[in-house]
Design a protein. Structure first.
Length: 223
């Protein structure tokens, strides 16, 4: 079984003090930094790119940086993120003409590779590529914005993908992103997730350590 990872999405951090926000959330017990890249094309919002990832590394961040690309096209930005210090790079199959090629490109760049399924993307998109992946990210909101509500059908999808991963026998992480809170994370973990992205639930809380501890305790109760 993969270890539990809490990955705060910096989409909900205070961008005017980003280095300090990332330091604080890591000191508060976060395991990874989730880095949402939006291009105002694949999704209707515009965020941050490789320069910000590089700036966090220069600031001294050593934790894994989990880059979620919501961009189209994908391939030309992959080497830039690898050079900027990304640890994992995930992308949406709808945004790449050649999914297998993009996975290989990410791995050849020295990063771990993830594939992201939107709420309405069927799990069959994982056929023929699952065993090449390090991570599957299931979106439990439509991508583009933080602070949305968890879409309940994601629980059934988690169970289905958990089964696919277990049958593969590979050490592939199952990550969930969107509307994850301290009060629903136990159900999400019970459905099979091991890696939990949470933006507003952490960065809008007065005490990051308190909410991360509550999330970890809730997950530990079911895993
Ligand atoms: O990828 C995302 C949106 O596209 C965000 O990571 C996600 O929505 C997290 O925010 P919140 O926990 O507030 O729902």
């Amino acid at each position: 079984m993969q270890s539990t990872v809490i990955a705060p999405s910096i989409l909900s951090a205070n961008f005017a003090r980003l280095g300090e926000e990332v330091d604080n959330v890591l000191k508060a017990g976060a395991d990874w930094v989730h880095f949402d890249v939006m291009d105002n094309h694949y999704v209707p919002n515009l965020t941050i790119g490789p320069m910000v990832c590089e700036a966090l590394r220069k600031h001294g961040v050593t934790a894994p940086i989990d880059v979620h690309l919501m961009v189209e096209p994908v391939d030309r930005i992959v080497p830039d993120f690898a050079k900027a210090g990304a640890s994992l790079i995930s992308f949406h199959p709808e945004a790449s003409a050649h999914v297998h090629r993009t996975v290989q490109l990410i791995k050849a760049s020295g990063c771990q590779a993830g594939l992201v399924l939107n709420p309405a993307t069927p799990v069959e998109v994982l056929d023929y590529v699952l065993e090449d992946l390090d991570l599957v990210l299931l979106m439990s909101v439509n991508p583009g914005f933080g602070g949305q509500s968890f879409i309940p059908s994601a629980l059934d999808k988690l169970r289905r993908v958990r089964g696919m991963i277990d049958r593969s026998g590979k050490a592939i992480r199952l990550e969930i992103d969107g509307g994850v809170k301290a009060d629903n994370i136990a159900d999400i973990a019970a459905a099979g997730a091991d890696t939990f992205v949470a933006g507003s639930a952490i960065f809008n809380a007065p005490d990051y350590a308190d909410v991360i501890a509550k999330m970890k305790a809730a997950v530990a109760g079911v895993r």
